[in-house]
Design a protein around this ligand. Structure first.
Ligand SMILES: [Zn+2]
Length: 385
């Protein structure tokens, strides 16, 4: 058996810290039933990121389907800042106490991945960023990881099951194994060209057996116009100066009339490598940096009991709304029952926490991931790292 909880077990509240279950038992025994509102906030972000992107909300809706709770939330893909409420959940406390663990787990990880993907995409600009990191993580959660990566701005995902979930074609090149088994880079590339349907771009992996620049020229000569790109996945041990290798490969290809053959880079790529290699790169396969992204440390705290503002020390009590002026970008948090209307710039504030679930039923239409990604890319243009 795989060491994972089933969907049913998660929905039954089995993936919970035991102290929630004990709290539920105590309240039941003491016949205490109190309606509470709780708020999800991150007080700071990893590595002092200035902003983060919310993800995982679609699964939150699934977690609370048919449960007696109400949820107001930002939409997935919304940029947010430290100390801003991103989601409010309310109901009788015992009816949802055990879901704190999975609720936070769903959004902390997905938001961390989406944020990291967006940071990589911001630096890469027009260059493609493809999610390559499924192999670093438990396979059961690959679709979640790659959806969050795509939502955050990745141009594609490598895993078939993830691509199915988001309604995209999986993107891939060829593994070292194919070249080793065929015994030669050109032979392997020609076999790929012969067998794999025409619609799939021909990207030859050129760092398996010989020097990258000679291999690049060999495959370019063999495939001619059909060669879309060459991929370099040179391990760190042989890498030397990666940018220098790219410059050599580019030079040799250009001199021989293969200016259109693009360079696809992978292997240990993170923000710094993207920044450094971008003069020569066309696309990046980003693995661990995205799939194992630092999580956003959200916390969930009671902010209201029986309709009265009440919370622990170090927090602001009361149910809140986060307002944003679409015109100038100004943001302000108020109590939820206060309405901010006009911004000083003349724009009209909009509330970012919107009704999502009422008594366990979805009350809004969830946007498609392609639409969410498009908005993220638009916002990303204005965002600074
Ligand atoms: Zn304004």
């Amino acid at each position: 058996m795989f060491h994972i909880a089933s969907e049913k077990e998660i929905k039954e509240g089995k993936v919970t810290d035991v102290y929630f279950k004990r709290t539920e038992e105590i309240l039941k025994k003491k016949r205490i039933k109190k309606r509470v509102a709780m708020e999800v906030v991150a007080h700071k972000f990893p590595s002092h990121y200035p902003w983060a992107i919310l993800a995982g909300i679609e699964e939150v809706v699934e977690l609370f389907r048919d449960k007696p709770v109400d949820i107001d939330s930002m939409l997935e893909g919304t940029f947010f800042y430290p100390e801003e409420p991103v989601l409010t959940i309310s109901g009788e406390y015992s009816s949802f106490a055990v879901y704190e663990t999975p609720l936070l787990g769903l959004i902390c990880q997905a938001s961390g991945i989406a944020t990291k993907a967006a940071r990589c995409k911001k630096i890469a600009g027009e260059r493609l960023v493809v999610s390559f990191g499924a192999r670093r993580m438990h396979p059961a959660i690959s679709p979640m990881i790659e959806r969050a990566a795509f939502l955050g701005g990745c141009d594609g995902v490598a895993v078939i099951k993830s691509a199915e979930l988001i309604g995209e074609e999986a993107i891939g090149t060829m593994p070292h194994a194919l070249i080793l088994i065929m015994g030669d880079t050109v032979k392997a590339t020609e076999a790929f060209h012969e067998v794999i349907p025409k619609g799939v771009k021909r990207v030859s992996l050129i760092d398996t057996l010989g020097d990258e620049k000679f291999e690049a020229v060999r495959v370019a000569k063999a495939l001619g116009k059909d060669l879309f790109a060459v991929r370099l996945d040179t391990p760190a041990s042989r890498r030397g100066d990666f940018l220098k290798i790219l410059e050599e490969v580019r030079w040799e290809l250009d001199q021989r009339g293969f200016k259109d053959v693009k360079l696809f880079l992978s292997g240990g790529i993170d923000e710094e490598e993207i920044l450094r290699l971008s003069p020569k790169a066309f696309a990046y396969g980003v693995g661990t940096a995205i799939s194992n992204a630092r999580v956003i440390d959200f916390s969930l705290d009671i902010i209201e009991i029986e309709e009265k503002p009440f919370t622990k020390r170090g927090k602001l009590s009361g149910r809140k709304q986060l307002w944003r002026c679409p015109k100038c970008g100004k943001r302000e948090v108020t109590l939820a029952n206060r309405r901010l209307i006009k911004c000083s710039c003349g724009g009209r504030f909009e509330g970012l926490l919107r009704p999502l679930v009422r008594r366990g039923k979805l009350v809004t239409e969830l946007p498609r991931v392609q639409g969410i990604r498009k908005n993220v890319l638009k916002e990303l243009k204005k965002a600074e790292l």
